[in-house]
Design a protein. Structure first.
Length: 97
């Protein structure tokens, strides 16, 4: 899909912790994106919400599709605890809505 002069590629990741990481890594290698916008679903959120900070830890509220239920598992051992976005999150929400 092309929006304006920007090519946009969407992929659907599996609802599994490790399967999603593997599929995302492959997509990044295949498409060499300039930016990545990751979206998901939450039963407690009823509109578009862009996360502005992520934690380098897997904590599940529920088991994933494979039954895996992480509690305090590091995603990447040599990374910082938090990762902040470097974009205007509200502008992204406005565009998507």
């Amino acid at each position: 899909m092309v929006i304006g002069n920007i090519s946009v590629k969407g992929i659907v990741l599996p609802c599994t912790y490790y399967g999603a990481f593997e599929k995302l890594k492959i997509a990044i290698v295949n498409h060499s994106p300039t930016a990545i916008i990751s979206m998901g679903l939450s039963s407690s959120v009823h509109r578009i919400r862009i996360e502005t900070t992520s934690k380098n830890i897997m904590n599940g509220k529920y088991p994933d599709a494979n039954g895996y239920f992480p509690e305090g598992v590091l995603i990447k051992r040599d990374a910082s605890e938090f990762l902040k976005v470097n974009s205007n999150s509200q502008k992204i929400v406005d565009i998507l809505e």
